[in-house]
Structure formats: C-alpha cells, structure tokens
Design a protein around this ligand. Sequence first.
Ligand SMILES: CC(C)(COP(=O)(O)OP(=O)(O)OC[C@H]1O[C@@H](n2cnc3c(N)ncnc32)[C@H](O)[C@@H]1OP(=O)(O)O)[C@@H](O)C(=O)NCCC(=O)NCCS
Length: 346
Amino acid sequence: MKSDSVKIIEYRSEYQPYFERFNRAWIEKHFYLEEIDRYVLEQPEKAIIANGGAILFVTCNDMFAGTVALKKVDHTTFEFTKMAVDEPHRGKGIGETLSRAAIEKATRMGATKLILYSQRELVPAINLYRKLGFKEIPLEQGVYERCDIKMGMKLDEISIARANASHAVAIAAIGKRSFYEACKPFFNKQQDLLEYLDFTYESEKIADSIAKPNNVFFVALSKGRVIGFAKVKKQSINKEISAGRQMELQKIYVLKEFHGQGVAAALMQQVLELAESTHPDLIWLDVLVENQRAIRFYEKNGFRKCGLHYFTIGSQIFSYDVMARANVLPESSNHSIPEIMSYGNH
Ligand SMILES: CC(C)(COP(=O)(O)OP(=O)(O)OC[C@H]1O[C@@H](n2cnc3c(N)ncnc32)[C@H](O)[C@@H]1OP(=O)(O)O)[C@@H](O)C(=O)NCCC(=O)NCCS
C-alpha cells in the first residue's frame, strides 16, 4: 500500500452502487440479505444520511476500494456499520485506514461512543475491531438476525488492551520515537542512539516478543490509534535482587502529545493488576538516572530506588537506577526493598 494512493471521500448519490455492491458481496457470501440490509443498501441517503449519519468511501489509485457507514443512534452514539473492502484490495491496510477516518469523522460529528454489530465468523473484521480498541459489550436481541457479537468504543476515553501481533508496527514506532525524544540529550553520539533504536525497535522482533508466553504487552488506545504501550516480563530474575519471584516492567512509553492525560497511569494499573494475578514477590525495572520525569512517575506508583546498573550502548556507558516495588504494598509507603550493589556490563 505504500506506493498506492489511498483517499477517503464522502458519500455522493452516484456512489450508491459501490456501497451496495461491496456490502452485498460479503453479506450474500456468508449470510443472506435481511430486510433492513436491503433498505440501507438501496436507500442509504434515507437510511443513514437523512438521520444525521455519514458514509465514507476509500479509493485506491482512484478506484473505489471500500466503504463504511456511520448510522446515528443518538446525539453522542453512532453505529459503525456496512463496512466492506472490495476483495482485490483486502489485506493492504485499507480497511484500517478507512476505519480510522470513520472514527475521526464520528468524533467531528459529536460522537463520544461507537457501537457495532458483527459476527464472530468474520475473523478479519473482528480482528480489525479489536486492533482499533473496540471491546465486546452485551448484545441485545433482535437487531440483525445474523449478529452474534456487539462491540463498543468510547471516543472520549483512553482504553487499555492486551496487544497482539497486529499492534507490533505501532509499538515499534512509539518505542523508537519515545526513547529518542526522552534520551536524545544523554547520548554523546547520535549514531549510537540511532543504531540502538534500529536494533531494538524492529517490528518483526516486537511481533516475536509479543508471541512469547512470558511477555505481556499492553497498548493504550485513543480513537483507534495506539498512543502508548507497556511491556512486562512475567518472570525475569534480576540476580542482584534477593527476592524469589520477580516480574520486570521492561518498558512503558506514551507518545509525547498524550503526556499528562493519565495514559501511563492507566498502563501501570494494568501492570499492577497482572501482578495481582501472577503473584510475583516484587516488580522491578531500570531507568536512565537522568530520566527524572520517569523516576518521579515510578516513585508515585510505589517503586523505590534500590541500586544502580551500568549498561553500554555503542561507545557510551549509561547509568540506570534499578527500582522495585513489593507486589503487595504495606500500609506505610516506606516498604522495604533489598538494597543492591551496583553492577553492569561495562
Ligand atoms: C474486514 C475488512 C473490511 C478488513 O479490510 P482489509 O482492508 O482487508 O483490512 P486491513 O488490511 O486494513 O487489516 C487491518 C487489520 O484487520 C485484521 N485482518 C485483516 N485481514 C485479516 C485476515 N485475513 N485474517 C485475520 N485478520 C485480518 C488484522 O488485525 C489487520 O491488522 P494487521 O495487518 O496488522 O494484522 C475486509 O476483510 C472485509 O471487507 N471483509 C468482509 C466484510 C466484513 O466482514 N465487514 C464487516 C462486517 S461487521
């Protein structure tokens, strides 16, 4: 899709045949047209647009490639419906681009919530919805005969989800950008920083890492977009710390433009909930000693400095504070974490 020209365009009467054709194709392939489908597909202006909704199309190299409708339910809720990408154009990111455009459009139209009805057997669609941050909600009876799942997304809230391989590209991009912005001033040589980032944040490597059973990635989503992530190693022994079961919070990054909105706190909450269910004795992490903003955030969340760690990146030796937090905090915030000696690879 990189070299393709993908455009989003608004509904016009002459585009109705594409809306009908793309949607008939998948409905008739998997199910059959219900009365309500026929009405919406044949008369979308009456069924969707006249009631305050919208229909978008996506074109690829000037060819119509897909469509989605936003049906107004009430002033703040829209139904994401009748999404289809024409078969030859599938699997190229077009459905995702179209969905993001529809989410933005709904936001501009005053929506704070999106809902949708779907079918579990439509695996690509369900995966796409989950990737965007839609969550399953209770399904009422009698809307469409074929539906067996209802999903919703709040547009004025940040949601946290367990990541899967489809989030790898976004995670790699956020890791790269956030580390660069936070740590650039501390590197003597730009080259060391860039090589480290290329090595660490390669999306295939991240996808492999997500698949490992010992790793858990959480993503923070806003309006269908990944804006931050956390990576946890459920069992990761720091030999310098004398506790039996240790969990490592290896990374937590939030895009700069979303700082100060509680995103990192929401990710941390998920990490702590994971610790509640997996019962490590403590959670540990390391953080560049110069990264005072992050250190304050960890302290606020119960982590205490317990040692120093040296780590070589390229030609430079960096000092990292090792911080740890007992899994179950006692009443007093001065909980005891074993002091450790400084150690490192230099
Ligand atoms: C659902 C649909 C719109 C997706 O469009 P698309 O352009 O092929 O999707 P994209 O290439 O943008 O893929 C986006 C994400 O969708 C999911 N997905 C897409 N194709 C998939 C497949 N064959 N298997 C599993 N997941 C898939 C993945 O999460 C993917 O992200 P990834 O590439 O990072 O893994 C398209 O498959 C379609 O038109 N299906 C029939 C109609 C339909 O089911 N509509 C929804 C009714 S509720």
